[in-house]
Structure formats: C-alpha cells, structure tokens
Design a protein. Sequence first.
Length: 267
Amino acid sequence: MFVFEDVDLRAVHHFFSASSIRNTCTMRLNSIEFLKSGSLEFLIDGKAVELHAPVIFWMKRGHTYSFREVPECKAADCEHIFVDCSGFISERIIQLLEEKCPSMSLSPAEPKRICSTMADMCRYYCQDKIKYYPELVSCYIRLVLLLEDELKQQKKGGRDSYNIKHLADEMCREPFREYDFKKLASSAGVSSAHFCRLFRQMHHITPLEFLRVRRVLAAAEAVKKNKLRIKEIAEQCGYSSLIEFSRSFKRYFGVSPREFRNREDNI
C-alpha cells in the first residue's frame, strides 16, 4: 500500500477567534491543529492545558476536548487552523505524536512551513474539496513529513549510528540523486534487510518509499511553479521517460501532471 492510499480528509477549517471555536465535543475523527497566533486553554478529557502560539496540537478519535479563552488574552487575537482526517495514516501519525509528545502539543522550530502547508489545505478545501482532493492529500502528506522533521529536531543529542537520519536528510535535499541502499547498508555494517528495518523504525516507511514520496512531492512543486513543458520537468527530475513520470505522478495524486498544473492555474 502506498502512503497516499488511505487518507480520508473530512474537514479543513480556518478560525480567527477563540469565540468561534467549537464547544466541548467527543471526537469522531483524528485532528491535527495549529494555533498561529494568540493563546487558548485546551481541555483534554477535562484536564486543562494552556496553548501559546505558534503551537501544534492534536485531538484523538474517541476522546473529549474543548477550548476556553485564556482570561488575559483577547479572543480576536487567536488564529487557529485544523485538519480532520480518518484512516490508517491519521491513526499512525496521532500515535506517533502521542509517543513523542505526551503533553499533546509541540512548539515547532519552523512554524511558517507548518502554517503555509495548512493554509494551502484550507484554500484547496474551500475552493473545491472534491476536485482538489489529490492536492489536499499531497498537502496532508507534506504536513506529516514536516511534523516528523519537527519531532526529529526535538531530539537532542540523539545518535545516528547507522546514518539513517543523515540519509533521510540527504534524500530531502536531493531527491533526484541515485541512492544505492545496499551499498549504504554495507557501509553501515549491517544487512540490507536490517538497514531497511532501522529506517522503517525511524521514518515508518522503507527508504525506497521515502525516496519515492520525496521525489513525487518535489516533482509536484516543479509542475506547479515551473512553466517548462512537462517533458522537460520529467527530464530535470530524473525520470527516464514522460510515460514513467506521468504514471508515477498519477499513482500518488490520482491525476496526470498536466491536470495537476491546470488545476493550479485555475485557482
């Protein structure tokens, strides 16, 4: 199963004040939330936690949550974005966040990247959530990867004995390079199978699938922002043919690169 196949986005909304935020509710979906500005009191199963922007927090299916205004803060000063989602991917990311951040919140090192991705999701969702579903899924996966990066930055002094983190960082910076995973495993002094297991433990997917995701996301950005012909972009991205590029692109996004670009141009 590919990473994008089990993402069921149910709601993407942008609120501008605490007074407009929903009252106490028991969640039927998982939700990733971002407080861009202001402060809120967040109640988790009746336990209060103060949130001060910029901060990421999350709500888990089956638990009860509510928000209250922080007395000394004006409700109008709050700006809050949330994404509700169901499916295996959402369950896994909430589980990961819970394991790494028992406090249920995370102060991001790079809040602008988080905010930009969630704002894109709001824009697509409000424009046409059915038509732009592939773009919404792309943004959600980008958000998951950004959260993973934030969690890794939270780890101080963590060892990388087998260069797993170093490899992932390289693939993020240069996704279209050729990577010989067998050779990298040998250099690390472990078998290919064990190297793959170690990578999966840290990133929750295999190194090959991680590379595919990074490549297709980078290709999508190039299609969206670059006015070159699709064939030229395919060549720049290291695909052997336009057919291979289109097949890979459609496998993840559900539409061809050309359809993806046309949708962007029409927003």
